[in-house]
Write a protein that binds this ligand. Structure first.
Ligand SMILES: C[S@@+](CC[C@H](N)C(=O)[O-])C[C@H]1O[C@@H](n2cnc3c(N)ncnc32)[C@H](O)[C@@H]1O
Length: 265
């Protein structure tokens, strides 16, 4: 496993480190268990306690937004794209009205089947690229959709991201898109991100202005844009975690290194 698929071992390791922390943010015990069952040089990812906290905060925010959507739409489809080894479906404990679809590339999906328990309820795992045509028709467009894609957009080209957004918004009548992005500065300094560099992955697409995505579909609007250096849980971090974020949040360009976004249509 190399490139973008390998990077999901870095985010898995980050969630495992968080689960082991004295005050976990996400508390994903299944990540800890999965890490203990994979023979891989996890420290090679360069993930540290503070980057692990950042990954856990991003995941927590996306969990909270997904849960918020499901409270408002108890009958809904969840498209969890580029799921990797993320246990969002297990963490959500979704209700009987929810159809949950996890999607990742075949090499990752096979590993996922071997390592993680299948959640109960209306759940399926699709072995495919989000850019493939075939599998979309197998997901009925009969309910509002929440499409969650964490750690994906930067591995796609701009055309692929636009195609994905248009596919979801065009196929489903209404719903939300929850995802994270790199800014163009983050794309330029990607070689400084050990998990990306060591996996031999290349980041392509970055977004500086969330309004750009609104122009891709009529009625699509950004309802939340949270900078990665201003995630809500940072306030509860020890001083050693808060200070670097406080500094980064005041540096032009650097403060826009990444964002977590929520769009509604
Ligand atoms: C950084 S990992 C994130 C995984 C997971 N969302 C998480 O937060 O742990 C990137 C993921 O994107 C997936 N990916 C990259 N390109 C993809 C594509 N075209 N279709 C589906 N998944 C893709 C990789 O296989 C990998 O699981």
């Amino acid at each position: 496993m190399t490139g973008a698929p390998e990077t999901m071992l870095a985010t898995l390791y980050a969630r495992a480190l968080d689960a082991r922390a004295r005050q976990p943010i996400l508390g994903d015990a299944a990540a800890l268990d999965a890490v203990s069952r994979i023979e891989y040089d996890f420290p090679r990812t360069g993930i540290t306690a503070s980057t692990a906290a950042g990954v856990a905060m991003r995941a927590k925010l996306l969990d909270d937004w997904t849960a918020d959507f499901l409270v408002r739409h108890p009958s809904a489809t969840v498209l969890h794209l580029a799921c990797g080894l993320d246990t969002r479906a297990q963490r959500m404990a979704f209700g009987p009205g929810v159809r949950w679809v996890d999607v990742d590339l075949p090499s990752v999906a096979v590993l996922r089947e071997r390592l993680l328990d299948v959640p109960g309820g209306d759940y399926r795992l699709v072995h495919a690229s989000v850019t493939d045509d075939g599998w979309w028709d197998e997901v009925p467009a009969d309910r509002p959709v929440v499409a969650v894609f964490e750690g994906l957009t930067m591995y796609l080209t701009g055309d692929e991201v636009r195609g994905l957004v248009r596919r979801v918004t065009g196929r489903f009548g209404r719903g939300e898109l929850l995802f994270d992005v790199y800014g163009s500065f983050g794309i330029r300094v990607q070689k400084l991100v050990p998990a990306v560099r060591r996996a031999g992955a290349t980041l392509h697409w970055g977004l500086d202005d969330p309004a750009v995505v609104e122009s891709w579909h009529e009625g699509l609007r950004c309802v939340d844009a949270v900078r990665s250096v201003e995630l809500p849980q940072i306030a509860a971090e020890p001083l050693s975690g808060r200070v670097p974020m406080w500094v980064m949040a005041r540096l032009p360009k650097v403060r826009d290194v990444g964002r977590v976004l929520r769009y509604r249509f």
